[in-house]
Design a protein around this ligand. Sequence first.
Ligand SMILES: *Cc1c(COP(=O)(O)O)cnc(C)c1O
Length: 401
Amino acid sequence: MKNINTIHDLAMFGAPPAFQNKLHVGRPNIGNRKNLNERLNNILDKKWLTNQGEYVQQLEKRIASYIGVKHCICICNGTIALEISIRALNLTGEVIIPSFTFIATAHALQWQGIKPVFCDIHKGGCNIDPALVEFCITPETSGIIGVHVWGAPCDYERLTAVANKHQIKLMFDAAHAFGCSYHNRKIGNHGHLEVFSFHATKVFNSFEGGAIVTNDDTLANKIRLMKNFGFSGHDNVVYIGSNGKMSEISAAMGLTNLESLDTFIQQNQIRYYHYKKLFEHIPGFKMMSLHEKQKSNFHYVTFEIDEKETGLNRDQIVNILHAENIIARRYFYPGCHRMEPYRTLYPNAGRLLPQTEHICKQVLVMPTGPSISKNDIDMIYKIVTFVVKHQHEIKLKMKNQ
Ligand SMILES: *Cc1c(COP(=O)(O)O)cnc(C)c1O
């Protein structure tokens, strides 16, 4: 599209004024500063900065009990947590994943010489389609990694059935899903293990961080060794391992933010339903729906844009919103299979991913979280309503430029 990309463009049609400051997706949630500072001082006083310190141990216990899972192993970030998990499950050859995910899901496999096989997602949702997973299985397939996109649970039952039938491993990239539940059980209890990210942009952060959760004792032990170079006590290496340790400073942030997690989720929820109430009336802005048995962390306010109704496509709308300082985001665009090295390695992957290709062009994620006020959302609504209402004039102007 041509350049409707200055604040003055919409004003020219008589639009409400643009925001003075940028509204971002994924501003960090930060808990009680005093508690954090106390913990930081303790770390410095004790001079214990990392290596399974007191705060990492506390955080692991609290997360395990929060999720209702036997083992939680904190890791330095979600990507290394994925890599260690893949290794601990002995995945080799080919592993089936969605292409509609953050690139780390694919990279964690490729990095270890394992081929990610991209499987399409469900119609009417954004998660891997268990019926299609079956078609991706070959004699080389060793596992499936489901991703709970937007925190919406994968179809656990059917994925488990497929994995059992073919005797392959099943794990989940739950990076979006901390604090989410399904059938009143917290996400983190399915497959052989599940992986969280505690990156700054996630609902719960430890600056950088992540965790692997599992109910399998043997697997948990192995992961504990692997994240610490394979050390089993001083001077005794029993396994090939890496350095996946979480530092005490991250654990201090994690403990602090865990104390506020319910508040973050409540605040997200208020904003989510405010968006829903307003945007229900905007044609072509379909909010991604929640599963009835799901309890969300409401961290992602996600729309599917139907160009036939908005008159403008998703990218045009994103550009217009950016010009108004609403930094809405496309997500997982253009899909992992269209990024390197996968684009070159598997140039035809897209042919089997019609739903992924479709959704990649439609998804728009709006700013939310404690740093966005209900007033902000009212203003976003006004601007979007304006854009849809004036779509013809705006398009004409764009053509003439
Ligand atoms: C954020 C994210 C990751 C990576 O986690 P990091 O902690 O940033 O390494 C992996 N998968 C998904 C789906 C994510 O959203």
